[in-house]
Design a protein around this ligand. Sequence first.
Ligand SMILES: CC(C)(COP(=O)(O)OP(=O)(O)OC[C@H]1O[C@@H](n2cnc3c(N)ncnc32)[C@H](O)[C@@H]1OP(=O)(O)O)[C@@H](O)C(=O)NCCC(=O)NCCS
Length: 286
Amino acid sequence: MITLRRAVAADAQACASILHEAFVRIAAQHGFPSSFPSLEVAGRVAEHFLRLPAIHSLVAESAGRVAGVVFLDEGDPIAGVAAIAVQPALQGQGIGRRLMRAALERARGAVGVRLVQEAYNTGALALYASLGFEAKEPLARMAGTPRGAPPAGVDVRPFGLERLAECAHLHERVHGFDRSVDLRDGIGFFRPLAAVRGGRVVAFTYAVYAGSLAWGVAETEEDLRALLAGVAAALRAPLAFLVPTRQAGLFRWCLDEGLRVEKPMTLMAMGEYREPQGGWFPSGIY
Ligand SMILES: CC(C)(COP(=O)(O)OP(=O)(O)OC[C@H]1O[C@@H](n2cnc3c(N)ncnc32)[C@H](O)[C@@H]1OP(=O)(O)O)[C@@H](O)C(=O)NCCC(=O)NCCS
C-alpha cells in the first residue's frame, strides 16, 4: 500500500538517493547528463528544499520506506513543481501521478502552477500534460563561458536586500506577477548579481552553485546579454542556465559566445500565463 505524508528533515537522505537514482537512470536511457549527477548534489538540493518554508515537500511511502518525493514551491502567487521522482523499481505503478495530484491539490489556491521538464522525458511529459499542464516555452540548457565582456556603461555587481523591492518590481514588469519570496530566498542563500546602468538595476539573476544560475530577468534582451557576460566575469566559472529559444537573438548570441547546448527542456504551465515582456530565463522550477 502507498501512503503520502509531509516530508521532514530526516527524509533528506532517502529523498536524495531517489532523486539521484531516478534522474541518472532516465538521463542515461536518453544519453543526456543527469540533473542530479551525484548523490552529493541531490543531497544538497533535498536538504535545501526541506528547510525552506516556501517549499511544501511530500513523500510517498511503501512498506514503511520512502518510494517517491515531490517538492512544491508555494511561496509566491505562481506555484512551481520543483522536482518529482519515484524510486526506479516502483515506477509505472501510479505513485508519480498520486504525488503530482497531491501537490496540485495543495496548490489549488495559486493563480497558476508551472514546471520545467526535460523534453526527452516522454513519461513525465505525458504525465504532466494529462494532469492539465500545457507546453509554453521551448528551452535549451546551455553551458559555457561567454567570450565577450559586458558593454561599457553597465556594471555587474552583487546586491542584497536593499535592492529587493527594485528587483521584484522589474520581475513583475517582465512577468506580470510577484516573485519576491523566491527572490528574498535567492538573496539570502545564494549569490545575487545585478546589471546596473545609470544607478538603476536593468537585469539580475542569482547563482545557486558555481556558475549555475537560477532565473533572471532584464528590461531588454541587450541588458540580459550584458548581465550574462558580467556574471561570467564576476563568478569566474562557466555559466549554466536555461535559454528560452524563442528569444532567437539571445540564443544566437549564446552560441556566438561559445556556449554549448546541453539538453532541450520545456516550460509547462497551468492556470494564469502571460507572455514575458523583456529579457528573461527561467530556473529549473519556472
Ligand atoms: C516521472 C515519474 C516521477 C513518474 O512517476 P511514476 O510513478 O513512474 O508514474 P505513474 O505510474 O504515476 O504515471 C505515469 C503515467 O504516464 C503515462 N506514460 C508513461 N510514458 C508514457 C508515454 N510515453 N506516453 C504516454 N503516456 C505515458 C503512464 O501510462 C501513466 O499514466 P496512467 O496513470 O494514465 O497509466 C517517474 O517516472 C520518475 O521518477 N522518473 C525519473 C525522474 C523524472 O523524470 N522526474 C521528472 C522530471 S521532469
